[in-house]
Design a protein around this ligand. Structure first.
Ligand code: HAM
Length: 462
C-alpha cells in the first residue's frame, strides 16, 4: 500500500481511545446525536427489495426470450454520456432534456449527463462502431436504469428501468409493425392484456406544416391556455396535445389532426403498418394526438397502456416507441433509418404485482440439512459445502438449534428430503434421510451422502 493510501487508516486509528471504544470515523463525523433521523434513500430513487426481485426476473427473462426469438443482440452502453448527445438526439427543447436531465461538468471540464433514455446512446454506438458495415438491419436490445429529474409520483421515478429494442438500417413499415408485435408479445407473455395507441408524425416537412396549423389554431385560444401551455405554444407546440391541463381535452377536440397533414409517403407507410397489425390481430387504437416526448420521431409512433382498475396505472404508458429515420444522421452518421421501443419496467412491475400479489417462492430446495448439537452442526456445515459444490439445491438453518424449527423451514422451502445429523450420527459416521412426502426415514453412510442423494434425485452419478 502506498503512503498516500495508508493515510486515512492512520487518521482513523488515532481516533480510538483506550477508555472509550470509538466508532469508525464514517459514523462519528458528523457526530451521531440521539434522535438523529436515519439516512433515507434519495427522493425519486428506490430500493428494489428481495420481494420485488421475482417480478424483475420475470421481466428480464421475458425480454431476453423476445430478443432471442426476434434476433436482437444485446448491447450495454454507459449510464453517463456526453450531454450534447441528448441535446442533439432527444432534442434541446424537450422536457426530458430541458428540465429532467441530471447533468454536470466533470473535473476535467467535460459536460456529461446521466442517460434519460437509451435510444440516442444505441444510435451513437451504431455510428461509433461502424455498424453500418454490418448486414442491415442491425437489431439491438438493452435493459437498465434511466434517469429523469421529474416530479416523483406514482409510476414516476428519477431512476427507473427500461427494456429497449432498436432496429437500425431498415425503412420498411414491416419493421414498425413487428416492433409493435414484439412489445405486444413481451407484455402478453407477462400476463398483461394491454392496448397500443398509434399515430404517424409524418416527415419533417409535413410535421412542420402541421405544427404551423396547430399554432394558428391555439393562438386563437391563447386566453384559455395555462401559463405552461402558453410556453409550449412558443417552444414546442406539438406538446400541447400532450398537456394534462383540464380544459385541454375540450380544446383539442377541434384542433387540426396530424393525419390530415401527412405527406403521401408517410400516409402510405402508416397504412401498411396498420394492415400488418390487422393481419396479426394486435389490438390498436388510432390516436391522432399521440405526439411522444422526444424529438427524434418521424412517421410511426406508439404507446402501450394497461387495462387496469387503478386509474393512474391505466393512464400512464407502459412503454412507447416509433420510427426515427433522421436520428443516425443527426448524430453524425450516414443517413440511416431506424425504429424501436422501450418498455417501462417499474410500471410493468406494479401491474404484475397487482395481478399476482404473492410472487412465486424462489427459494425451493431439493435437500434440507438439519442438525442437532454442536457436533452435528459442524458436520452439517461441511456437508452443506459438499452438496453445494456437487451442484445440488440444498438449504440449511444452521443458526437454529430446535429440530422442529428446522423442519418447518424445510417444509416451507419444499425440500424433498431432509438430512438430519446429530451427535450419534457424527460418532457413527452416518446421516438420517427423511422423505418429506412419506415421512419414512433411512440411515445412510455420511461419506456417501452426496452420491446417495444424487441417486434419489435421479441425477447422473459416477
Ligand atoms: P419514453 O416514452 O420516454 O420513450 O419512455 C418509455 C417508457 O419508460 C414510458 O412509457 C414509461 O413506461 C417509462 N418511463 C419513462 N419515464 C419514467 C419515469 N420517470 N418513471 C418510471 N417510468 C418511466 C423512450 O424512452 C424512448 N427511448 C423509446 C424508444 C425506443 N423509441 C424508439 N426506441
Amino acid at each position: 500500500m502506498s503512503s498516500k493510501q495508508s493515510q486515512p487508516m492512520q487518521k482513523r486509528s488515532s481516533g480510538f481511545s483506550a477508555h472509550k471504544p470509538a466508532l469508525p470515523e464514517l459514523l462519528t463525523n458528523p457526530p451521531l446525536r440521539k434522535g438523529m433521523h436515519p439516512i433515507q434513500v434519495v427522493r425519486g430513487m428506490r430500493d428494489l427489495l428481495p420481494s420485488d426481485q421475482p417480478y424483475w426476473k420475470q421481466m428480464e427473462d421475458m425480454a431476453e426470450r423476445m430478443a432471442m426469438d426476434y434476433g436482437y443482440a444485446r448491447i450495454d452502453t454507459p449510464l453517463i454520456e456526453d450531454y450534447s448527445l441528448f441535446i442533439r438526439g432527444v432534442g434541446k427543447v424537450t422536457d426530458i432534456v430541458e428540465k429532467e436531465m441530471f447533468h454536470w461538468e466533470t473535473p476535467g471540464g467535460e459536460h456529461v449527463g446521466l442517460r434519460p433514455e437509451s435510444t440516442a446512446s444505441v444510435a451513437r454506438a451504431y455510428v461509433q462502431h461502424g455498424m453500418l458495415n454490418l448486414p442491415q438491419p442491425v437489431k439491438l436490445w438493452n435493459i437498465g436504469p434511466m434517469f429523469r429529474y421529474d416530479r416523483p409520483q406514482a409510476g414516476r421515478f428519477r431512476q427507473f428501468y427500461q427494456a429497449s429494442f432498436e432496429c437500425i438500417g431498415e425503412a420498411d413499415p414491416i419493421v414498425d409493425a413487428q416492433l409493435i408485435i414484439v412489445s405486444w408479445n413481451l407484455l402478453k407473455g407477462l400476463g398483461l392484456d394491454p392496448t397500443v395507441k398509434v399515430n404517424s408524425l409524418g416527415n419533417p416537412e409535413s410535421r412542420l406544416n402541421y405544427k404551423n396549423a396547430l399554432v394558428s389554431y391555439f393562438r386563437g385560444k391563447r386566453s384559455q391556455l395555462s401559463e405552461e401551455d402558453k410556453k409550449r405554444l412558443v417552444k414546442n407546440p406539438l406538446r400541447l396535445l400532450d398537456s394534462k391541463e383540464p380544459n385541454m381535452q375540450e380544446l383539442k377536440a377541434e384542433a387540426p389532426q396530424m393525419v390530415d397533414w401527412l405527406d403521401e409517403e408517410s400516409k402510405a407507410h402508416f397504412m401498411r403498418v396498420l394492415e400488418y397489425l390487422d393481419e396479426v390481430g394486435v389490438p390498436y387504437q388510432l390516436d391522432p394526438y399521440l405526439v411522444r416526448g422526444l424529438d427524434y420521431y418521424t412517421k410511426t409512433v406508439f404507446e402501450w397502456f394497461a387495462n387496469s382498475n387503478d386509474q393512474e396505472l391505466a393512464q400512464s404508458a407502459l412503454g412507447g416507441g416509433g420510427r426515427y429515420d433522421l436520428l443516425i444522421e443527426l448524430l453524425g452518421g450516414r443517413p440511416t433509418p431506424g425504429a424501436g421501443f422501450s418498455l417501462g419496467l417499474d410500471r410493468i412491475a406494479s401491474r404484475l404485482k397487482e395481478l399476482n400479489p404473492t410472487p412465486p417462492a424462489k427459494d425451493e430446495v431439493d435437500i434440507f440439512l438439519a442438525q442437532l448439537g454442536e457436533m452435528g452442526r459442524k458436520k452439517a456445515l461441511g456437508l452443506f459445502e459438499e452438496f453445494r459444490t456437487a451442484g445440488l439445491l440444498v438449504g440449511e438453518a444452521f443458526a437454529k438449534s430446535s429440530l422442529k424449527a428446522q423442519m418447518e423451514i424445510a417444509n416451507r422451502r419444499k425440500a424433498k428430503w431432509t438430512i438430519v445429523i446429530g451427535q450419534k450420527e457424527v460418532l457413527d459416521g452416518t446421516a438420517i434421510v427423511r422423505d418429506m412426502d412419506s415421512g419414512t426415514q433411512e440411515i445412510i453412510d455420511a461419506k456417501k451422502a452426496v452420491h446417495e442423494m444424487k441417486k434419489k434425485l435421479g441425477l447422473h452419478t459416477q
